[in-house]
Design a protein around this ligand. Structure first.
Ligand code: GLY
Length: 376
C-alpha cells in the first residue's frame, strides 16, 4: 500500500514492450522513471506476440509505417549488444530472414510488386521460384507459386527481449510497480499531473500512455477520442527440440518461427472479440490446419501452449506517437497493431528524444495524436 502520494519525473502507464522500451531510453538519459503495470511486465500482447521484425514482410505499401519499421529494425543489433552488456540477457535476435510464400497467382503478383518497390527503396527482396525454394528448403514447405525472400527481416524472442529491456532500465534506475492499475487521471489547470491508482495517487511531470489496446478506453476518461481498439491474435507454441529450418516461413494468415529455445511459434489469427483474450478452439484448429498445410512435418509435433493477445489496432493503421496538444503533461505511444516489437526500438528512442526536448530522429507528423482525436 502506498501511504503517500508518490512523485516521479516521468510515469509510464503500461509495462509492455513499448512502455519498457521508452523506460529504457529515458533511463539512459538519466530521467527518473516509474512504470506501472496492471498485471506483470510483458504479460499481455508482448507475451502473445511472435517477435517478428518484419519491416518488409508486414508492409504492403511504401509510406511512413514502412519507413518507421525499416528505421527501427536497423537499431536491433546494437540494442542487443547494449542490453547484454547491462543485463546479461540476450533478446535472441535471429537473422536468417523470412520467406513469404505465395499462396496463389494473385498473391504472387502482389509479392512481385512488393519486391519491385522495396528494391527501389534500397531493401533486399529476392524472388525464389519453386525449384530454387526446394533447393533451399527441400520438401519442408508446400509451394506452387514461388516465394519472396527477405534476408533482412529478423526475429527476437519476446519474453527475453522484454526482460532484457526491463532489467537494463532497472539497472539504470527505473522503478516498476506491477499489479497496479491506473483508475483515473490527476488533472490540474488543464494539465495531466499524474494518475490515480487503487494504491494511491502518483504525481508526475510527464505521463506516457503505453497501454496498448486499452489506450482508447483510458483516453475516453479525458474525453479524448483516440481510435485504438483490440484486435485479437491467437497463436501457439510447439515443442520441436530443434528447428526444422532457421528461416521464418510466412504466408497468408499463418507464419512459422523457429525459436532459439527449440520451440516453434505458429501465428496468428486476427479477430474482433472485444477485450476477451482467451484462446478459442475453432481459431486454433483453423490456424493448425493452415500451418500443417504449409509445413506438413509440424503435424506430428507436441503442442506446448496456446497464446492469445490483443493487438492495439488503430483506425488508419498507424501508431500514435507524441504529445497530446492542449493537455499539458500527457504523451501517447500506442496503436502499433501488428508491429509492437518491431517498432519498440524506434518508439523508445523517439519518445525519449521528444520528452527530453531533443532533436527527433523521426518526423512524428504522420503519427501525431491530433490527427484523429477531438478534444471535446
Ligand atoms: N506481427 C504479426 C502479428 O501481429 O500477427
Amino acid at each position: 500500500m502506498l501511504e503517500n502520494t508518490r512523485h516521479t519525473e516521468t510515469l509510464i502507464v503500461g509495462g509492455g514492450i513499448i512502455g519498457c522500451a521508452i523506460a529504457y531510453e529515458l533511463a539512459k538519459s538519466g530521467r527518473q522513471t516509474l512504470v506501472i503495470e496492471k498485471h506483470t511486465l510483458g504479460s499481455q500482447s508482448t507475451r502473445a506476440g511472435a517477435g517478428m521484425l518484419g519491416a518488409q514482410v508486414e508492409m504492403h505499401a511504401p509510406g511512413p509505417m514502412y519507413d518507421l519499421g525499416v528505421q527501427s529494425r536497423a537499431l536491433f543489433p546494437a540494442l542487443r549488444e547494449e542490453l547484454i552488456e547491462l543485463s546479461g540477457i540476450d533478446m535472441e535476435l535471429q537473422t536468417p530472414g523470412i520467406f513469404r510464400v505465395a499462396v496463389d497467382e494473385s498473391d504472387r503478383l502482389d509479392l512481385l510488386e512488393r519486391q519491385r518497390w522495396q528494391t527501389e527503396h534500397g531493401q533486399r527482396a529476392i524472388w525464389f521460384e519453386d525449384e530454387d525454394l526446394r533447393r533451399e528448403l527441400g520438401d519442408l514447405v508446400s509451394t506452387g507459386h514461388g516465394a519472396l525472400y527477405l534476408p533482412d527481416d529478423h526475429q527476437v524472442r519476446n519474453p527475453q527481449f522484454l526482460l532484457a529491456l526491463a532489467a537494463s532500465a532497472k539497472r539504470l534506475g527505473t522503478q516498476y510497480l506491477e499489479h497496479t492499475a491506473m483508475t483515473g487521471f490527476l488533472l490540474e489547470r488543464g494539465s495531466v499531473v499524474g494518475v490515480k491508482t487503487l494504491d494511491g495517487d502518483i504525481r508526475a511531470d510527464q505521463v506516457v500512455l503505453a497501454t496498448g489496446a486499452w489506450t482508447g478506453l483510458l483516453a475516453n476518461q479525458l474525453e479524448l477520442d483516440l481510435p485504438i481498439y483490440p484486435v485479437k491474435g491467437q497463436s501457439f507454441l510447439l515443442d520441436a527440440y530443434g528447428p526444422p529450418t532457421p528461416f521464418t516461413i510466412y504466408t497468408h494468415g499463418c507464419y512459422i518461427l523457429p525459436k532459439r529455445n527449440g520451440q516453434i511459434y505458429v501465428g496468428a489469427t486476427e479477430e474482433q472479440a472485444g477485450f476477451d483474450r482467451r484462446p478459442v478452439l475453432r481459431s486454433l484448429a483453423s490456424l493448425s490446419s493452415r500451418a500443417v498445410e504449409l509445413m506438413p512435418s509440424l503435424g506430428g509435433l507436441p503442442f506446448a501452449e496456446p497464446l492469445a493477445g490483443l493487438r492495439p489496432g488503430s483506425a488508419d493503421g498507424l501508431p500514435f506517437l507524441g504529445k497530446v496538444e492542449g493537455l499539458g503533461g500527457l504523451f501517447v505511444a500506442s496503436g502499433h497493431f501488428r508491429n509492437g516489437v518491431l517498432l519498440s526500438a524506434i518508439t523508445g528512442k523517439v519518445m525519449a528524444e521528444l520528452m527530453n526536448g531533443q532533436e527527433l530522429s523521426v518526423d512524428l507528423t504522420p503519427f501525431a495524436v491530433e490527427r484523429k482525436i477531438r478534444i471535446s
